[in-house]
Design a protein around this ligand. Structure first.
Ligand SMILES: NC(=O)CC(=O)C(=O)O
Length: 277
């Protein structure tokens, strides 16, 4: 199958965890006639994005939010990239985790954010995920009838090594639940999605929370799809809404043939010890 339909739900995040889960259901109901193959939610879609909230909202895998997402994937017959939520493990570590469900509601992937968002921009955004979160340690690629797909979380996009690992593992599209802010958003959001799409000749799909100017962390919004040529297919503004797009895997192959960047890599020259120091 060459063409797949995606929907990115740019929803608001409110304090009541399960209210956010209901919002997902309302959106799925609204878009069901569009018959999307993949639906993606924003980073921390059910937990206001603040470090002190992560341990409080955290659930173990199979918890109440997980159960609902699994049920929605099955009910609507979609692949659901469940944005992200705080996950706690048996040792009490908390991760920023994206669960991925197939059309039967079975979990087929799980990504724990590997690069924690610790920044301190003078006169701009300060944030320290590592105050309450533990980092994941692997890339995430899963199988579908359209080929392999990848998921990474927000700050992960800034590290080209991770997307390249996923493409080497066969990812045809990279889904990115994310929440840039009013400092990094205008500067780097579109640029990051276009760059990763261009250097990997791949579709990138970003889904952000809708902007709430009263929130402790203000989301940039602008959910986006970029294509293997590095162009923007579509992008929302900051308001609540849905981005629907068709991704053509045939076009991806065509770009990779016409401009053979992946094939022309000097693998004989690149050295792990030079890339990782
Ligand atoms: N939530 C984030 O990880 C934000 C981010 O990556 C950014 O650059 O902003």
């Amino acid at each position: 199958m060459s063409k797949m339909k995606i929907a990115a739900i740019q929803m608001p995040t409110v304090i009541d965890k399960m209210e956010n889960v209901k919002t997902v259901k309302n959106y799925l109901e609204k878009i069901k006639d569009e018959k999307p193959d993949f639906v993606i939610l924003p980073e921390m879609f059910c937990c206001p994005y603040q470090t002190e909230n992560f341990p409080v909202y955290a659930e173990e895998e199979n918890g109440s939010v997980w159960q609902q997402l699994s049920a929605y994937a099955k009910q609507y017959g979609i692949y659901l990239i469940g944005g992200s939520m705080p996950e706690k493990d048996a040792e009490g570590n908390v991760y920023n985790t994206s669960y991925i469900f197939n059309r039967e509601g079975k979990q087929i992937g799980k990504h724990r954010k590997a690069h924690l968002f610790d920044i301190d921009v003078k006169g701009g955004q300060t944030f320290k995920e590592s105050d309450t979160l533990t980092a994941g340690d692997r890339d995430t690629v899963f199988d579908t009838e359209f080929g392999k797909m990848g998921v990474m979380l927000c700050f992960d996009i800034r590290f080209p090594e991770l997307s390249r690992m996923m493409v080497n593992d066969g990812a045809k599209v990279i889904f990115v639940p994310a929440a840039f802010n009013m400092t990094t958003g205008p500067a780097h959001w579109e640029l990051s999605f276009r760059t990763r799409a261009l250097d990997n000749q791949i579709y990138m799909v970003g889904c952000a929370p809708a902007r709430d100017i009263t929130a402790g962390y203000i989301s940039w919004g602008h959910s986006i799809v970029t294509n293997p040529w590095g162009a923007v297919v579509d992008m929302l503004d900051e308001k609540e809404g849905i981005l629907l797009a068709e991704l053509d895997m045939g076009y991806e192959e065509q770009v990779r043939e016409e401009l053979p960047l992946l094939k022309s890599r000097r693998k004989d020259m690149y050295r792990l010890e030079k890339l990782c120091r």
